[in-house]
Design a protein around this ligand. Structure first.
Ligand SMILES: Cc1cc2nc3c(=O)[nH]c(=O)nc-3n(C[C@H](O)[C@H](O)[C@H](O)COP(=O)(O)OP(=O)(O)OC[C@H]3O[C@@H](n4cnc5c(N)ncnc54)[C@H](O)[C@@H]3O)c2cc1C
Ligand code: SF4
Length: 325
């Protein structure tokens, strides 16, 4: 599958990148390109301009910022996996980053690209010929959904591994545009529609991820379901963070991925777990709560029932592991 024709823009710094974003319409940002390029080959994106931001050095670092940690959007997933600072303070993030794709893709793939990753569906991540043969759909070129016919919404699943970990850590993101910088909780970045899953205007660029001091030192566990253990996107994923004190759970958060159009922080998980001692019944209740937050449809090769059940199983195992000595 060939790449569509496009003009490549290569800004040397953030200011130049922001000028490009204002000046050129029909543009796509390229970070590591590990998702964008295959999608362009499938003609899912046919931009006139591609903005290659890889020369913006200031977006490639991990550093302490106040009492938290700042990660530039262009930091590779390998750099995150190998960071002693992150492993010590935010282990759920390094664990999730280490499960993305394969070593080669993690060398190229960035945290910004992982956060902005397009949603996925069996009917969408296909070649143009395949999609033409089956009929297009709401997410690209069509007006119906093959997964939930009759509805007007796209249910393609958000399938990034690091966002559930970041949600558990109460991460914020910084977004730059020609009118300045804005900082928002990561949770507000996503919307529950697979066709417009992220709140990012055409002239905006994700620049940094900010991890608060208040989440540092929490134990963390990330578990994912995938078909090929060595490389695949998650078809269900669970992240857990937990702080313990005197044998009790002082605080905990759970998030799920790949089972909704956005990654979801599980409502009520903190209230369920905080102040208790972990046992089988509590772990099962956490599993049930996580499964309730999962609303998978037939967007992947595995059935929705199985993916939802695996969310329950992973969440139970993950809280037991996070609470163990
Ligand atoms: C075979 C294969 C397996 C994979 N398995 C996994 C997996 O297991 N888990 C997983 O999470 N991902 C997986 N991926 C997807 C991908 O490799 C990762 O998600 C990676 O982190 C994407 O980062 P990138 O820098 O390459 O993004 P790109 O491909 O460069 O960009 C992805 C999207 O984000 C936008 N974007 C990127 N950076 C910014 C920014 N700073 N501001 C605004 N928009 C931006 C791009 O325009 C594009 O729409 C897989 C990919 C392949 C090909
Ligand atoms: S969920 Fe429906 S609209 Fe969305 S990509 Fe799949 S078939 Fe298309």
């Amino acid at each position: 599958m060939s790449l569509p024709q496009f003009k490549l823009l290569r800004p040397r710094n953030l200011d130049e990148a922001l000028v490009c974003l204002t000046k050129y319409a029909n543009l796509r940002v390229l970070a590591g390109g590990t998702d964008l390029i295959p999608s362009m080959r499938q003609k899912l994106f046919e931009p006139e301009y591609v903005l290659d931001i890889r020369r913006i050095a200031e977006l490639k670092r991990i550093r302490e910022q106040g009492s938290g940690v700042e990660i530039g959007a262009l930091t590779s997933l390998t750099a995150i996996d190998h960071s002693d600072l992150l492993r010590r303070r935010y282990p759920v993030l390094t664990e999730a980053a280490a499960t993305v794709a394969s070593p080669v893709l993690r060398n190229m793939g960035t945290i910004g690209g992982n956060i902005c990753l397009d949603t996925r569906c069996l009917w969408y991540n296909q070649s143009l010929t395949w999609r033409k043969g089956c009929g297009f759909c709401i997410k690209k070129d069509g007006d119906l959904c093959h997964v939930a016919p009759g509805g007007q919404k796209c249910w393609a699943a958000f399938s990034g591994d690091t966002p559930p970990a970041l949600l558990c850590l109460n991460a914020e993101i910084e977004i730059a545009s020609p009118s300045g910088l804005r900082r928002i909780p990561l949770q507000e970045f996503y919307s529950n529609d697979g066709a417009s899953y992220r709140n990012l205007k055409p002239d905006e660029l994700l620049t940094r991820v900010l991890l608060p001091a208040s989440s540092a030192g929490y134990r963390g566990v990330y578990r994912k379901l995938r078909i090929r253990g060595s490389i695949d996107y998650p078809l269900a994923g669970v992240a857990v963070v937990m702080k313990r004190s005197n044998g009790h759970i002082a605080d905990a958060r759970l998030a799920v991925t790949a089972v909704n159009p956005r990654p979801v922080l599980v409502k009520g998980a903190t209230e369920l777990l905080a102040g208790k001692s972990m046992d089988e019944a509590l772990a099962e209740a956490a599993g049930d709560l996580a499964a309730k937050a999962a609303k998978p449809l037939t967007t992947s090769a595995l059935t929705p029932e199985y993916r939802r059940e695996m969310i329950r199983v992973f969440a139970k195992r993950a809280v037991l592991e996070a609470a163990s000595n």
